[in-house]
Design a protein around this ligand. Structure first.
Ligand code: BMP
Length: 278
């Protein structure tokens, strides 16, 4: 079944060019780590990307949290992505009607469609939001085959409202739109059947990297006091079906982010090998 299949074999079965690209990149670079660059200025993001670049498949940004976003920053990040061979995901979590999302994707001060390989999208508006993003690309210099989205089906935060029928409808939406959907942001694999869809799972941190921070309230390895809930690398890969695991503060707050990224990469890859072993 899907989770027992290797990334190489799943890439062959994918009907979305970007999901096939992600799966092949993961297999060749042997890393399922995505680093969340939640830092507040452009130089820090670039420094982080350079430090963790060798160990990641996806570098995830929130550019609306930067105090000094610029076109030059986006170009420099793209350059680092080429050098280290990773993809850029802007975690914009679009959530509006197609027309508005189309403007937010292509225009405004960020012009996300120009530089982000991947973006995240909430399922709440329904399929129109996907049509909106595709429509934006049809009028932009970026090509549809080089872009894709991930649909947020389930969140890592405590008492999330994205559960039950919402979650299964979001997965159904993703599975019906492989023309632009490369994956799903989720805490579990239940309901996901297409081999090509990539499951991205945030809320990952080893308990040893939390040194003294709030470890209350959840299974796995604690939380952050603002609703985030963490699970260990092993747990998300073996019990929750994560293909790509998102690690933010577990790496950005480490004394040496590069060493921390390597450590997470190794833990995650070992768990993946265990998952697909017969
Ligand atoms: P951290 O590992 O520092 O908690 O960061 C998690 C990252 O993943 C953040 O960038 C957040 O926006 C994102 N994220 C999440 O934590 N939970 C979700 O359900 C979806 C997310 O995108």
């Amino acid at each position: 079944e899907r989770l027992k299949t290797t990334f190489e074999a799943r890439a062959e079965k994918s009907s979305n060019a970007m999901s096939a690209k992600i799966l092949r990149l993961i297999a060749s670079k042997q890393t399922t780590l995505c680093v969340a660059a939640d830092v507040s200025n452009a130089d820090k993001v670039l420094e982080l990307a350079n430090a963790v670049g060798p160990y990641i498949c996806i570098f995830k940004t929130h550019v609306d949290a930067l105090s000094d976003f610029s076109k030059k920053f986006a170009q420099e990040l793209q350059q680092l992505a080429k050098v280290h061979n990773f993809l850029i995901m802007e975690d914009r979590k679009f959530g509006d009607i197609g027309h508005t999302a189309s403007l937010q994707y292509g225009a405004g001060c960020f012009q996300i469609a120009d530089w982000a390989d991947l973006v995240t999208v909430h399922a709440i508006p329904g399929p129109g939001i996907i049509d909106g993003l595709i429509n934006c690309l049809e009028n932009s210099k970026s090509q549809l085959k080089d872009r894709a989205c991930f649909i947020v089906a389930e969140m890592s935060s405590k008492d999330t409202l994205a559960t039950g029928s919402y979650q299964s409808a979001a997965i159904k939406l993703a599975e019906s739109r492989e023309d632009f959907v490369a994956g799903i942001v989720s805490q579990s694999a239940s309901g996901i059947s297409l081999p090509g869809l990539v499951q991205l799972t945030p809320g990952v941190r080893t308990s040893s990297s939390q040194n003294g921070k709030d470890k209350n309230g959840t299974s796995g390895s604690g939380g952050d006091g603002l609703g985030q809930q963490y699970n260990s690398p092993d747990h998300v890969v073996l019990e929750r079906g994560a293909d790509v695991a998102v690690v933010g503060r577990g790496i950005t707050e480490a004394d040496n982010p590069s060493d921390a990224a390597k450590l997470y990469r190794d833990l995650l890859w070992k768990a993946y090998e265990q998952r697909v072993a017969v």
